[in-house]
Design a binder for this molecule. Structure first.
Ligand SMILES: *Cc1c(COP(=O)(O)O)cnc(C)c1O
Length: 317
C-alpha cells in the first residue's frame, strides 16, 4: 500500500538499508521501482543518514527507514534530507510497536508507517497481519479505497454513499476478524507485554556486560532519545567463525540462538531488483557477527540466566 500511495513506478528509485527483511523491498520491486540499498550504522544496524543523502538522484521518490530491533533511526537527520529533496518517508516499523523517538511513537513520524503482526513480532495476530499508519492526510482517502479492494466501501459504511463501487486499484489488505480478535487482546495488555520484554532485555544486557567490558562481544546500542521495545536481544561476536562456534556451543547446551538477515543486495533477487550504492563498509561484515538470543513474552528468568552462563563459559574457554 505504501508503494501504491506514493505512486512509485517504473524508473523511480527507492532508498532503503540493505540490512532488512525482504518485505521492505518487495513492496517496491512489485511496482518495478529500482531499489537503492545503502549501508547501515554498525552501532544500531539502522540506515546511515549520510549514505541516504549520497544515494539521492532526481529519480528518487521514497526513503524507507527500518527501525531495527525496535530502536529508532535518526529521524531528525532523515527528515531534513527528505524535506530538502522532496521525498516521501516510509517507516518500516514492523519491529517498532511501542517504541519512540524524542517521545514520538515510531510509525507516526514519516508520511506513512507500517507495522507487522506476524507471529515473530511483539504483538501478533496469530499469523500474518499488519497495519498501515497514514500520517499525511492527503493520502487517507485513497488508502481507505486501496485497502477495500479499490472500492469506496468505507464511505458506504459511514453512510456517505448509498452503494459502493470500484474506484481504483486495490486488494484485500484488511485483517480477517479472527486475526484481529487475536491481536486485539494482546494490544489491551501491550504495556504489560512491553514491560516484561524490557525486563528480559535488561537481564541479558546486565548479565553480558562483563563480556563487553572484557572486549569479547558487542552489545546493542540504544541512542539517548530513543525508547525501545525489546523486540530483540542480540550480541555481536568477533567474526562469522566465532559466531558459528558459539551457536554450536549454545545448541549443545540447549540454547537456540539464531542469525538474522542475509543482506538483500547479496541475495539473488536483490541483485535483480536493486543495487548497493556506495561502499558496503558495515552491512555484510556486521550482519555476519550478529547473533539473536531467545527473547519472547513469558521466557523464564532461569532460561535467560542459563543463556548468559553458557555464553560466559564459551568465552572463558
Ligand atoms: C517482520 C518484518 C517485516 C515483514 O512483515 P510481514 O508482516 O511478514 O510482511 C518487514 N520488515 C521488517 C523489518 C520486519 O521485521
Amino acid at each position: 500500500m505504501t508503494a501504491l500511495l506514493t505512486e512509485v513506478g517504473e524508473g523511480d528509485e527507492v532508498i532503503m538499508p540493505a540490512y532488512t527483511f525482504v518485505s521492505t523491498a518487495n513492496a517496491y520491486a512489485l511496482r518495478k521501482a529500482q531499489i537503492r540499498f545503502v549501508d547501515v550504522d554498525p552501532d544500531t544496524m539502522n540506515v546511515d543518514p549520510e549514505r541516504i543523502e549520497a544515494a539521492v538522484t532526481d529519480r528518487t521518490k521514497v526513503i524507507v527507514v527500518v527501525h531495527y530491533a525496535g530502536v529508532s533511526c535518526d529521524m531528525e537527520q532523515i527528515s531534513d534530507i527528505a524535506n530538502k529533496h522532496g521525498l516521501w518517508i516510509v517507516e518500516d516499523a514492523a519491529q517498532g510497536m511501542m517504541s519512540s523517538y524524542n517521545e514520538k511513537p515510531l510509525g507516526a513520524i514519516g508520511h506513512l508507517g507500517t507495522f507487522s503482526f506476524h507471529e515473530t513480532k511483539n504483538y501478533t495476530s496469530g499469523g500474518e497481519g499488519g497495519a498501515l499508519i497514514v500520517n499525511d492526510p492527503t493520502l487517507t482517502e485513497r488508502a481507505e479505497i486501496l485497502q477495500e479492494k479499490g472500492t469506496d466501501r468505507s464511505l458506504f459504511m459511514q453512510g456517505m454513499v448509498d452503494k459502493y463501487t470500484w474506484r481504483d486499484v486495490g486488494s484485500s489488505y484488511l485483517l480477517s476478524e479472527l486475526n484481529a480478535a487475536y491481536l486485539s487482546v494482546q494490544l489491551e495488555y501491550a504495556d504489560q507485554i512491553n514491560a516484561e520484554r524490557l525486563h528480559t532485555w535488561a537481564g541479558y544486557y546486565e548479565g553480558l556486560l562483563p563480556l563487553m567490558h572484557a572486549g569479547k562481544i558487542a552489545l546493542p546500542h540504544v541512542p539517548e532519545n530513543c525508547r525501545h521495545n525489546a523486540h530483540m536481544f542480540y550480541i555481536k561476536t568477533r567474526d562469522k567463525q566465532e559466531r558459528s562456534d558459539l551457536i554450536d556451543y549454545l545448541k549443545e547446551n540447549n540454547v537456540t540462538a539464531v542469525t538474522h538477515y542475509v543482506p538483500l543486495h547479496s541475495a539473488y533477487a536483490g541483485q535483480i531488483y536493486g543495487k548497493f550504492i556506495g561502499k558496503d563498509k558495515y552491512t555484510t561484515i556486521e550482519s555476519e557477527r550478529l547473533l539473536r538470543l531467545p527473547l519472547y513474552y513469558g521466557i523464564e528468568k532461569e532460561d535467560v540466566a542459563h543463556g548468559i552462563k553458557i555464553i560466559t563459559d564459551f568465552y572463558q574457554k
